[in-house]
Structure formats: structure tokens, C-alpha cells
Design a protein. Structure first.
Ligand SMILES: Cc1cc2nc3c(=O)[nH]c(=O)nc-3n(C[C@H](O)[C@H](O)[C@H](O)COP(=O)(O)OP(=O)(O)OC[C@H]3O[C@@H](n4cnc5c(N)ncnc54)[C@H](O)[C@@H]3O)c2cc1C
Length: 391
């Protein structure tokens, strides 16, 4: 049995970021990842807000394209182009992005071991013990003062440790391929395209696009139909699927354990993006854990500062986004179509230009609800959210 200060389970962006910060503060950090290599086989479009790079001191090496102009396509193929005054987001190659975060964690002193699945966790008075299975099926145990669960959409360990797991998920599917018009960012809406959410094509480097969608059901079938109808491409080969967590989680830390990133439900409930919230919350987790090591105290009341801090920053975004997305999922194609007509004629674009923030959507959502509340569906959302949502 080995003993570290902190065991981080999961080497995605959130886990690697916590590991880098904690190791940089002089703690002995072990990162355990079940995949054979960091960043391998991630299903993600890789869109990250422009500001995140400077805010988190990230290199731009993994950036493959920038987003500024977006073509929105309605259920009846009405098109509307929104152009932001400047690039608002970057698209990264996730394997390289995660690889750079891994190198940062390793050079800060964290030990990262891949091909190890953490099967179980037990929290005792003196520490946390994890049971690990390697690629050959051999079982071993390691222990630490604290465990950070950064397992993405796998919630088995959270449940074992008494933390919350989401009840709502969207289903994602994506493929990357060479395609004509690959440099045009397009978002598709409609019940026939992506019931309950939306689909996209995003530039992923010269001549290539990531084409994907989020939906309430049948992600592979929906993407196959989108490829056939809009991209003249048949077949499901190469389509990869993964769920996205939706909604605020009640309990993301306890005695000697905390969850971070998608493992703690820290995703944008409007779009399903999770990288930037995960990195921001990883920094908050590291700040709190460094304080805990300073005091030598790791009980639930000590770690609760983490949950208070991340919820102070993101709770409103997650709750308003989740509610609005679920209500919008009920809009008929006819309603979506009339919104497109309004967007072309009715002064919605200046509101978007003024209020759009890539990572914080509540300001834009609330401004649009005010503007659109003459329509019954939007009046209902506004009234359900109540006056507090505006303060
Ligand atoms: C189709 C699709 C498109 C998306 N596009 C975007 C986008 O453009 N922008 C964006 O910000 N987000 C996007 N997301 C969401 C984004 O991918 C996630 O929110 C993000 O990867 C979460 O990072 P994380 O570090 O919390 O978890 P992850 O990146 O999921 O990392 C978790 C790691 O933990 C490991 N792990 C899990 N369980 C164990 C275990 N028991 N033992 C050991 N290791 C374990 C996993 O192998 C994995 O490597 C998209 C999601 C989907 C499905």
C-alpha cells in the first residue's frame, strides 16, 4: 500500500488541473487514470471561451481554430448568421490539450499513472483508501489523506463516498471528418435534428469539422440522419457517444473527499460545455485543499468551503441554464421557426452582442426572456424563474 497526500481519480482537464496546483504547493499527489494514455479517445468538440486561456495561464498550442461567425439553421432551413465583433472561443485538440495539462501536472511533481481503474473507495478516520485494478486484472490498494474524484460522467465512486450524482443527462454523439465548408461553424435546431437540444459542425483544422449533437434520445441515429441529410455522408462508422451531466448537485464534498469537474456536475447546462467550469472549480478545490493541509484537518466542515465557493460562482448559471434548456426542449419546430424570424427582424442581435458571454449565459438568457416574454412559452419561463433570477 502506498501513501500520498492526495489521490486524484481521473486525468481529464479537471483532475490534471487540481493535481498541478496541489503538487505545485509541495503536496505528494498521485493521479490514477483508467485509460492507457492521458487524453486518449475523448468525445468532445473542444470549444473553450477565449478568456479561459489567459485566466488559467494555458498555452494556445492545442488550438486548431477560432470561432467568430456562427450560422444558425432552423428546422425549416431558415438561416441566420451571427457575427461577433471578435473571436469569442477557440477549438482545441483535446488529446493535445489534456496532454499539456498532464505535462504541467507532472512537471509540478505529480505522479500520473494510466491503465489503472479505481474500483472502490473507503473513507476512514485517518485517510482514504482506494482499490485499484490494473489492465491485467490485478488488484492493489493505495491510501492518501484526501481523494479528489475527477471521473467525468462516471459516478460510481461518488455514490460510494456518499456524494451526489446527476439525475438528468443529455446524450452526445460526434464524429470528426473531412467535409466541404468545414470552416463554417453551424448550429442546427429542430426536433427532427436533435430532440431537446441542438447539433453542430465546428471547424477542427484545415478541411476538417467536428459534427455532433446533444439530444434526449438516440444520439447515434440522430447524427447518422444529420450526416445523410446535411453533409451528404452516410454511415455511422466513427461516430462516438458520451452523455453530458445536467443540473446542480447537492453534495460534492464530504469527509476527506471532494468531486470536481463533470464529476461534480460542473457543466454549462445550456450547451453541455464542461472544460472551463471544471478548470475554474479545480482551482477552487486546490485553494481549499491547500488550506486544509496547512491546518492538518480534512473533515466535511473543512472541505465545505469548496462547495460554498464553487456554488457562489456557478450555481445561478447551472440552475437558470438547466431550467431554460428543459423549457426550450418543449418548443415545437413552429415556435423555433418563429424565433428565427424574430431574430432576423426584431432587434435580438444587439441583445446577443451586448450580453453574450461564452461561459456565463444567464445574463443573455434573462435579457432574451425579457425581450421575448410577449410569447407565451417565454413568459412561462420568465415567471417560473421568478424575480430573484434577475437580481
Ligand atoms: C459530444 C460532446 C461534445 C462536447 N463538447 C464540449 C466542448 O466543446 N467544450 C466543453 O467545454 N465541453 C464539451 N463537452 C463536455 C466535456 O467533454 C466535459 O465536460 C469535460 O471533458 C469534463 O472534464 P473532466 O476533467 O471533468 O472529465 P473527463 O474529461 O471526462 O475526464 C475524466 C477522466 O476520469 C477517468 N476515469 C473515470 N472513472 C475512473 C476510474 N474509476 N478510475 C480511473 N479513472 C477514471 C476517465 O477515463 C477520464 O479520463 C462535450 C461533451 C460531449 C459528449
Amino acid at each position: 500500500m502506498k501513501t500520498a497526500d492526495v489521490i486524484v481519480v481521473g486525468a481529464g482537464p479537471s483532475g490534471l488541473r487540481v493535481a498541478a496546483r496541489l503538487a505545485g504547493a509541495g503536496l505528494d499527489v498521485r493521479v490514477l487514470e483508467r485509460k492507457p494514455r492521458v487524453g486518449m479517445g475523448v468525445v468532445c468538440t473542444g470549444i473553450i471561451g477565449e478568456e479561459v486561456f489567459d485566466e488559467r495561464g494555458l498555452g494556445r498550442g492545442p488550438v486548431v481554430s477560432q470561432l467568430r461567425r456562427v450560422r444558425l439553421v432552423s428546422p425549416r432551413a431558415t438561416e441566420f448568421v451571427y457575427e461577433h465583433p471578435r473571436p469569442f472561443a477557440c477549438v482545441v485538440d483535446r488529446e493535445r490539450f489534456d496532454g499539456e495539462l498532464g505535462r504541467a501536472a507532472a512537471s509540478a511533481g505529480a505522479s500520473i499513472e494510466c491503465g489503472l481503474r479505481v474500483e472502490d473507495i473507503a473513507v476512514g478516520r485517518d485517510g482514504v483508501r482506494v482499490e485499484i485494478v490494473d489492465g491485467g486484472g490485478a488488484v492493489r490498494r493505495e491510501s492518501a489523506a484526501v481523494a479528489v474524484l475527477a471521473t467525468g460522467v462516471d459516478y460510481a465512486l461518488q455514490k460510494r463516498a456518499g456524494l451526489s450524482a446527476p439525475r438528468d443527462f443529455l446524450k452526445g454523439a460526434q464524429i470528426e471528418r473531412a467535409t466541404p465548408d468545414a470552416d463554417v461553424t453551424t448550429v442546427f435546431f429542430g426536433r427532427d435534428v436533435a430532440p431537446g437540444a441542438f447539433a453542430w459542425s465546428v471547424p477542427a483544422g484545415p478541411g476538417r469539422a467536428r459534427i455532433g449533437l446533444l439530444t434526449q434520445r438516440d444520439p447515434k441515429g440522430c447524427l447518422r440522419r444529420l450526416l445523410e441529410r446535411r453533409f451528404d455522408a452516410a454511415g455511422a462508422e466513427g461516430i462516438r457517444t458520451r452523455p453530458v451531466a445536467q443540473g446542480l448537485l447537492a453534495r460534492t464534498c464530504g469527509d476527506r473527499v471532494l468531486a470536481v469537474g463533470e464529476a461534480a456536475g460542473q457543466t454549462k447546462t445550456t450547451t453541455g460545455g464542461g472544460i472551463s467550469y471544471g478548470l475554474a472549480c479545480a482551482d477552487l478545490a486546490a485553494d481549499v485543499l491547500i488550506d486544509c493541509f496547512g491546518r492538518g484537518s480534512f473533515g466535511a466542515p473543512d472541505l465545505a468551503a469548496y462547495e460554498r465557493r464553487w456554488k457562489a460562482r456557478f450555481q445561478k448559471e447551472i440552475v437558470i441554464g438547466h431550467y431554460t434548456r428543459r423549457m426550450c426542449a418543449r418548443l415545437s419546430d413552429g415556435r423555433i421557426e418563429s424565433l428565427f424570424q424574430l431574430a432576423r427582424t426584431d432587434g435580438i442581435v444587439p441583445i446577443i452582442r451586448d450580453k453574450a458571454d461564452f461561459d456565463r449565459h444567464s445574463g443573455l438568457v434573462l435579457a432574451l426572456l425579457e425581450r421575448l416574454s410577449f410569447m407565451k412559452a417565454f413568459r412561462e419561463i420568465r415567471d417560473r424563474l421568478g424575480p430573484d433570477a434577475w437580481s
